[in-house]
Design a protein around this ligand. Structure first.
Ligand SMILES: C[S@@+](CC[C@H](N)C(=O)[O-])C[C@H]1O[C@@H](n2cnc3c(N)ncnc32)[C@H](O)[C@@H]1O
Length: 267
């Protein structure tokens, strides 16, 4: 892959998804796109990119999916779920007028994050509440994976036995033992493909939004726009959870920090 081709790939991905591909990512991009080159029977990078970068072409989606980094896990950054369990839900459920809860997992990857939110809510939300968790991601493969809710045993290794029994059932897929999130929990989560850089069809308001380990791939101007858009869609006093190495410092004054990368909307 020549420097010129890498520059073209970086430009296209930045303009489409906001993801900044610095030179240190060159080996990663090379190995991920090599797989697509083999899969599509392309002759080389030039040949592949000619096809992948066709506007409206089918390969463009696979090209973008290959570039995204989807690392995630159940109960990742557990302090956020502890906060929901110990502070947020007791306050919300104490309000007798409230019977509705809207949550958004933006950049949900393969679904571990929104399902962890669903498991946490299911411990305390009274029956009869209208609860919905929207789970969105740019990568169409991970959205389909999340929707199916099927995971290898290694993905649920560290989960408490009680949680595993309550929310997962054993299944066989391709001759291997796996688990699937039970239907009651899957029914709470609505998976949809969505590019955070484009228009958002939903109106909100959301009670809380998770956007963790996503803006780390974006530059500061893109992060600033995004944090303000999240504030627009949050209910007054709503919460935004971001990843452990992300920060709102000097980007927006619409949130106050509660520590531990938890923010509360103030305007
Ligand atoms: C590292 S994963 C984080 C998953 C999960 N939030 C967590 O913290 O465990 C980052 C996700 O952001 C998604 N992503 C990257 N750019 C995006 C964009 N412009 N719009 C929507 N999702 C995006 C990727 O596809 C990927 O699944």
């Amino acid at each position: 892959m020549t420097a010129k081709l890498f520059a073209t790939i970086s430009k296209v991905i930045y303009e489409h998804a906001g993801i900044v591909l610095s030179e240190v990512k060159e080996d990663m991009v090379y190995s991920r796109l090599s797989r697509r080159i083999r899969r599509t029977g392309s002759q080389d990078f030039d040949d592949y990119l000619n096809m992948a970068l066709q506007p409206e072409g089918e390969e463009f989606t696979h090209f973008v999916n290959a570039i995204t980094t989807n690392l995630t896990s159940f109960y990742r950054e557990k302090h956020h779920f502890d906060f929901i369990e110990k502070s947020l839900l007791p306050a919300l459920t104490a309000d007798p007028r409230r019977k509705r809860l809207r949550v958004w997992s933006a950049g949900c990857s393969t679904g571990e994050e929104p399902y962890t939110i669903a498991m946490t809510l299911s411990e305390q939300i009274p029956k009869g509440w209208d609860t919905k968790i929207l789970a969105t991601d740019l990568d169409t493969n991970v959205v389909a994976h999340g929707h199916a809710g099927i995971y290898g045993m290694d993905r649920v290794d560290g989960l408490e036995k009680r949680i595993l029994q309550k929310h997962f059932q054993q299944i066989q897929e391709d001759g291997r033992s796996k688990v699937q999130v039970k239907k009651e929990l899957r029914d709470l989560v609505y998976f949809k493909p969505l590019n955070l850089l484009r228009q958002w069809p939903m109106k909100g308001p959301f009670d809380f939004i998770f956007c963790r380990n996503v803006v780390i791939y974006f530059d500061k101007p893109t992060q600033k726009v995004l944090f303000n858009r999240f504030a627009d869609l949050l209910a007054p006093g709503g919460y935004l959870f971001i990843g452990h190495s992300e920060s709102m410092y000097k980007l927006t004054d619409r949130f106050e920090s509660l520590g531990n990368t938890i923010y509360r909307k103030i305007k």
